[in-house]
Design a protein around this ligand. Structure first.
Ligand code: APR
Length: 251
């Protein structure tokens, strides 16, 4: 345990001295909120076929696709609340120790924990959009008891406002993430396998631009032996709790 403590103290020094820090998060940061990962043991893709998130399948079989989408992202995920790791990132932003969060997650937990500058690389499940007229809805306005949900303006098919396989990355989030990869001196990478393109390119670009990479994950990822400078092996909320203590102990 001492070794990881030393590594955390080293990370805290780096974070404190950084003029520009970005947190880059994946499904792992929400595991302790009860949201399963996509890959690995008990991952969502070991239970569900990823084709339900293929955009062509969705348009061809909207009812079948929506049945599974509702089960995963609204019945199950919908009740999740943010955990200590999300909270500490928000606290770090309030204390100017983090400039922004780039997340691959669609669960809105960073915002609910208080993070203000969040670039959602894959969108957000709390919003729905009409595939015909483009009208957007908050999930609280939509009745999911009859599927697929339709637009109350044009009767078009509603789709969760997160990207499906085969769709492009939201332009604003993409350009903001590229900018962060150019300007950040430190990237705090939390809970991601680093397998999904183009999201996984962002930490690589940051590294190429001279950023120090600090990674938190109980397992090694695609980043660990390639670009990670400090690997904090452990669960996000546990590690972030110690980081919080070390960061603010003299406050
Ligand atoms: N704390 C931190 N990390 C954790 C924890 C935890 N408690 N538990 C698991 N992890 C790590 C796993 O070791 C793994 O590296 O979280 C990571 C989850 O990996 P994925 O399921 O592949 O999630 P992610 O990398 O975010 O996937 C990227 O793939 O399917 C698409 O759009 C989906 O955004 C997702 C993208």
């Amino acid at each position: 345990m001492q070794n990881i403590k030393d590594e955390i103290i080293k990370s805290v020094k780096i974070l404190k001295n950084s003029k520009a820090t970005t947190a880059f998060t994946g499904a792992g940061i929400s595991v302790e909120s009860g949201i399963p990962t996509f890959r690995g043991k008990d991952g969502l893709w070991s239970k569900y076929d990823p084709k339900i998130l293929d955009i062509n399948y969705f348009h061809k079989y909207p009812k079948d696709s929506w049945k599974v989408i509702k089960e995963i992202f609204y019945d199950f995920f919908g009740k999740a609340t943010y955990n200590k790791a999300h909270e500490v990132l928000a606290l770090m932003e309030q204390n100017n120790l983090i400039n922004n969060v780039i997340t691959q997650n669609i669960d809105n937990l960073h915002q609910e924990a208080g993070s203000k500058i969040v670039h959602e690389f894959h969108g957000n499940s709390k919003n729905l959009i009409c595939t015909k007229c483009g009208k957007s809805y908050n999930i609280s306005e939509v009745n999911l008891s009859s599927l697929p949900p339709k637009c109350n303006e044009c009767n078009g098919l509603l789709k969760p406002d997160f990207i499906f396989f085969g769709e492009g990355i939201p332009k604003k989030a993409y350009s903001a993430s590229l900018e962060a990869s150019e300007k950040s001196k430190v990237f705090l990478v939390i809970g991601t396998t680093g397998e999904i393109m183009p999201a996984c390119q962002i930490p690589y670009l940051a590294k190429q631009n001279g950023a120090i990479i600090i990674e938190i994950n109980p397992e090694e990822s695609n980043f660990t032996n390639r670009i990670t400078d400090v690997f904090l092996k452990g669960k996000a909320s546990e590690i972030m709790k110690i980081i919080e203590k070390e960061l603010f102990k003299n406050k």
